[in-house]
Design a protein around this ligand. Sequence first.
Ligand SMILES: Cc1cc2nc3c(=O)[nH]c(=O)nc-3n(C[C@H](O)[C@H](O)[C@H](O)COP(=O)(O)OP(=O)(O)OC[C@H]3O[C@@H](n4cnc5c(N)ncnc54)[C@H](O)[C@@H]3O)c2cc1C
Length: 552
Amino acid sequence: MTMATHEVTNQPVPLVGHNVYAGDRALRDALAFHLPGADESGRTSLGALLGSEAMQTHARLANVHRPQLHTHDRFGHRVDTVEFHPSYHALIGSAIEAGLHATPWARGPGAHVERAAAFLMFTQLEPSVLCPVSMTYAVTPALRDNAPVFAAWFDKLASTRYDPRLAFVGTKTGVTMGMGMTEKQGGSDVRANTTRAEFTGDDAWGACYRLTGHKWFFSAPMCDAFLVLAQTPAGLGCFFLPRVLPDGRMNAIEIQRLKDKLGNQANASSEVEFNGALAWRVGEEGRGIAQILEMGTLTRLDCALGTAGLMRGAVALALNHASQRQAFGKALSDQPLMKNVLADLALESEAATALAMRLARAVDKQDDPFETLMRRVLTPVAKFWVCKRGSALAQEAMECLGGNGYVEEHGEGVMARIYREMPLNSIWEGAGNIMALDLMRALRKRDGRGGDTVQALEAELATTRGASTVLDRFTDALFARLADGAGDEHDARRLAQDVALAVQASLLRRHAPDFTFDAFCRSRLTDGGPQVFGTLPSGLAFDSIIHRAMPQ
Ligand SMILES: Cc1cc2nc3c(=O)[nH]c(=O)nc-3n(C[C@H](O)[C@H](O)[C@H](O)COP(=O)(O)OP(=O)(O)OC[C@H]3O[C@@H](n4cnc5c(N)ncnc54)[C@H](O)[C@@H]3O)c2cc1C
């Protein structure tokens, strides 16, 4: 029996079964620039998988059925395990099979750029399972500073065979790692850490210590091991902390509770206490902050990539909706003011992809001194600017869907998930102010021995000198400011914004169409910078920009 009072019309067909890679011209053009002639078949098949209905269902289920903490078994023993829905395992298993964690460290040139593209694409499906994947990527190179641990763990860290069991590394097909820095009294200022490390002796994994203290944020506690900071007599040290000890016993890591978070629901973020947990030193006592900074460079890359992916996902959803939904006699995407909004969102998304992929190339070219300087400059710039723009873009993309954008409907509201995820990439791994201040420090380091970050930035931008008078004026003003030093701390965000915009414009000149470059320069490099979305000056190629960004 039908109870219908009306026919449902004018509701768009959802974006399902599309190819996340093939439909992303901005990403494809960035890759053609950074890896010319590279085989696209792997990316194309990953793109099909990530857009599939089956994977979208996993993403929904992994967020609806949140991780459950079990501190004890029914007999009262501590177990400290987190139980995930099978869809979580399916998702993270796919990410690891695609080599998004430590695999590039075992491969040759270009591997980090390939991995960056895949990471950006995967985020559009589900970002929160990528937290342990990203941390594993970031900690692996730092582990080299403990050679025996690196020798025992590297093959399993680089393995593409996911193994969720909490078991000794020797019995597993693959492992993941996390990071523990933040304590209650300080996250940005980790010098305030109070967790103590007491030396107990040397063994096959090097200098062993007993850790006592806590971590206030400790994501993905089901990882096999963590790099954590703790105080030694010589200052902060960095320590390798496995969950299962070499003799098969569980290490003394007690999970107190899981965080109740705004978004990032599929990922477990915990509070932990170390009750005399055994850990092995990585690097020297007192060098913990330097070790953490090495990891931070890589997780910050992933914050930019992840946000660029979420932005692309949000724009694809907005375009899918607006091109099907009719209002006032035509498709929303044909209404002049909506064209302005959609084109503006598309520009921002492409610029984010360009900047994040440029940073990935700098990470890939580890041995090139120029790229090392660019990595130093672009890491805080991309982390700051792309993540800041992400939240604003998600709000506007959501509005393109009208009321439907705000509705969760049993986890099917992908736009709502994106919106809740966005602020996180800006907060963790160094919040916005910390990034802006870090850039200021980087630009002040002019040691005259080739380590000159400002000269590197000038060389990067010189490649597109003369392409646009607007861009030339903008970069001239930027370098005039830098000639007097990088300014004072009050101006640090403005500096990060302006460096980001100049580099984004230059990249768009190199691998986007003229109409994209022109629209970006005229809307971002004049009149005080970016405005509310949908305020592009008239006369720009709205239709071409929108057409380029259409997901299928
Ligand atoms: C979901 C989630 C998961 C997390 N997972 C982990 C994890 O696995 N491991 C881990 O170690 N941490 C983790 N974190 C912690 C995260 O990295 C910190 O929250 C972050 O570094 C900020 O530290 P804080 O919270 O102590 O804030 P604070 O350090 O108190 O900073 C608060 C604000 O002050 C600003 N600020 C700080 N210093 C200055 C200054 N000198 N000038 C101007 N502004 C300043 C910051 O930019 C920030 O906006 C996680 C956080 C979240 C939300």
